[in-house]
Write a protein that binds this ligand. Structure first.
Ligand code: FES
Length: 248
């Protein structure tokens, strides 16, 4: 395949950015989107130009590092991570726009790389448990109802990629935050911090500058792990319950 790429280039956080146009040739339909960008970068390096900076780590849909807006969609046209998007989703001769996540709380570091440390701070504010859970053989010592275990597992699938924020017109992180809260709050091991967790994580989310939720649902549509929109409703219920319990 031969493609035209329009890629966001930005030297650093303070420099103005702009789209730059590149032609790439010899792209196989079996290549991943990141391998296609590798091909572009090899050509740029051979020409003595600065390669395009983009985030990646596992390239297996696990780590959440890859983060590109492709033709206006977070992670592109398929419901998956950018690293698991393959070039068979595009046609020979296509023009593809490639941009970084766009959100006030995710400032651009360089080109397609954004600073997502705001997510780390939200996690640090309450996304943990203090209860000793023992070693693996003791895992069944605390029975967990099947429905709760399934719910915790569903929410634990969030890889913190930030597609929910990038897709949301408000730059809201409520789907991400709700996944992290619901994962732990439904489990007995998470109950000692049940109230402080939701109050502190929501407060930190707000402090980081993420927008509010207006239930457009774009976040759940873009989420590569299928975190459902009602997760936000569950978090709001937890927050109201915690406020009542803590404030009286
Ligand atoms: S590089 Fe790890 S999820 Fe894409």
């Amino acid at each position: 395949m031969k493609l035209t790429l329009r890629v966001w280039r930005q030297r650093d956080a303070d420099a103005p950015g702009a789209m730059s146009t590149y032609d790439v040739d010899g792209i196989s339909a079996d290549m991943s989107f990141l391998e296609m960008l590798d091909t572009l970068n090899e050509a740029l390096i051979l020409r003595g130009e600065d390669p395009v900076a983009f985030d990646h780590d596992c390239r297996e849909g696990i780590c959440g590092a890859c983060s590109l807006v492709i033709n206006g969609d977070a992670h592109g046209p398929e419901r998956t991570t950018t690293c698991q998007l393959h070039m068979r989703s595009f046609r020979d001769g296509d023009t593809i726009d490639v941009e970084p996540w766009r959100a006030a709380a995710f400032p651009v570091v360089k080109d397609l790389v954004v600073d997502r440390s705001a997510f780390d701070r939200v996690i640090q504010s309450g996304g943990y448990i203090s209860a000793p859970t023992g070693s693996a053989p003791e895992a069944h010592a605390t029975p967990v109802p099947k429905a709760d275990a399934d719910s915790a597992f569903e929410h634990a699938e969030c890889i913190g990629c930030g597609a929910c924020v990038a897709a949301c017109p408000n730059g809201s992180a409520m789907l991400f935050t709700s996944a992290k809260i619901n994962h732990l709050n439904v489990l007995p091991q998470g109950s000692p911090e049940r109230e402080t967790r939701v109050l502190d994580m929501v407060a930190q989310m707000d402090a980081e500058g993420f927008g509010g939720c207006t239930l457009t649902g774009e976040c759940a549509t873009a989420c590569p792990k299928g975190i459902p929109l009602p997760s936000i409703t569950a978090m709001n219920r937890e927050w109201l319950r915690a406020r009542r319990k803590v404030k009286g």
